[in-house]
Design a protein around this ligand. Structure first.
Ligand SMILES: NC(=O)c1ccc[n+]([C@@H]2O[C@H](COP(=O)([O-])OP(=O)(O)OC[C@H]3O[C@@H](n4cnc5c(N)ncnc54)[C@H](O)[C@@H]3O)[C@@H](O)[C@H]2O)c1
Length: 271
């Protein structure tokens, strides 16, 4: 099979453990070398499953080795290789290490998905400079440091998919640092697309409320109001974001670059 990444767009009748909305959609990333950061997180794990099923060679990176091991043990069978790499998104040396390990083992990088992120809750009036910097250093600086170091290793038809957020478009009460970091991601996506074309496509997804550990407090506090503002009247499932990432990374999106794709049930349009 050629080393292509193509969405077949076929849905099977079979649901998975997270429900009807996470029904399988098949992609083909056979032979493509994929880095996912935040791979032990709620969305990262679904990304890992999807790319594994699609035949990719995977490098899964996250802070905790134990959490990565647990994520790997939950992966389905697949034809590609799976590497785990301990990684701290706040540390540029860790980004260089990740790129070096993957380049040495796989010979290059075809798809880069920096999904690691944090979402602390704090009013601006109570926010320390350190907390502001910590969020920026992981959510925004960490994406820049990794992308820049990965550039020399990118292969043919490489694709980068970044993680923005509805907060980056609309702002977010009690999460000003997070919202600012994600607004930065939207501008970084466009700027990278301008500089890296025609060889490399760069896009982002902008999730709304997706059911992962990150949004437990948010759903408790404002869940009902947000559902009222969401035309699809439900929160998203991690696999629904993973599928959007895979689409943007695949040849099905071959003429799309600099785009930020909303994956939020229409919440973005409200307010
Ligand atoms: N869940 C949502 O509703 C939602 C909405 C919008 C955007 N997002 C974005 O989606 C991405 C994934 O979020 P999620 O919902 O899976 O969250 P999650 O908390 O489940 O996972 C985040 C992962 O990032 C890892 N991480 C945190 N700090 C790190 C660091 N310094 N270095 C390396 N890894 C680190 C964590 O260990 C965790 O595995 C994030 O960028 C997040 O901002 C999520």
């Amino acid at each position: 099979m050629p080393a292509s990444a193509q969405a077949h767009g076929r849905r099977t009748a079979q649901g998975d453990s997270s429900g009807e909305n996470s029904r399988e959609v098949t992609f083909d990333f056979t032979g493509r070398r994929v880095i996912i950061t935040g791979a032990a997180g709620g969305i990262g794990r679904e990304l890992a499953k999807l790319f594994r099923q699609a035949g990719a060679d995977l490098a899964l990176a996250d802070l905790s080795v134990d959490a990565l091991d647990a994520a790997v043990s939950a992966l389905p069978q697949g034809s590609g290789t799976v590497l785990t790499v301990p990684y701290n998104g706040a540390d540029p040396e860790s980004a260089q290490h990740l790129v070096d390990v993957v380049t040495e083992r796989f010979g290059g990088i075809d798809v880069l998905v920096p999904a690691a992120g944090i979402y602390p809750r704090r009013a601006v009036a109570e926010m320390s400079d350190e907390e502001w910097r910590q969020v920026m250093s992981i959510n925004l600086d960490g994406v820049f440091t990794l992308v820049r170091r990965a550039l020399p290793s990118l292969g043919d038809r490489a694709a980068i998919v970044l993680f923005a957020s509805v907060a980056g478009h609309r702002g977010s009460r009690l999460h000003a640092h997070y919202a600012a970091s994600k607004a930065g991601i939207i501008a970084l996506t466009r700027s990278l697309a301008l500089e890296l074309g025609p060889e490399v496509r760069v896009n982002a997804v902008s999730p709304g409320t997706i059911m992962t550990p990150m949004v437990g407090d948010l759903v408790k506090d404002r869940g009902e109001a947000m559902l009222r503002d969401t035309p699809l009247r439900r929160n998203g499932e991690p696999m629904e974001v993973a599928r959007a990432v895979a689409f943007l990374a695949s040849d099905a999106a071959s003429f799309i670059t600099g785009e930020t794709l909303h994956v939020n049930g229409g919440l973005f349009m409200a307010g």
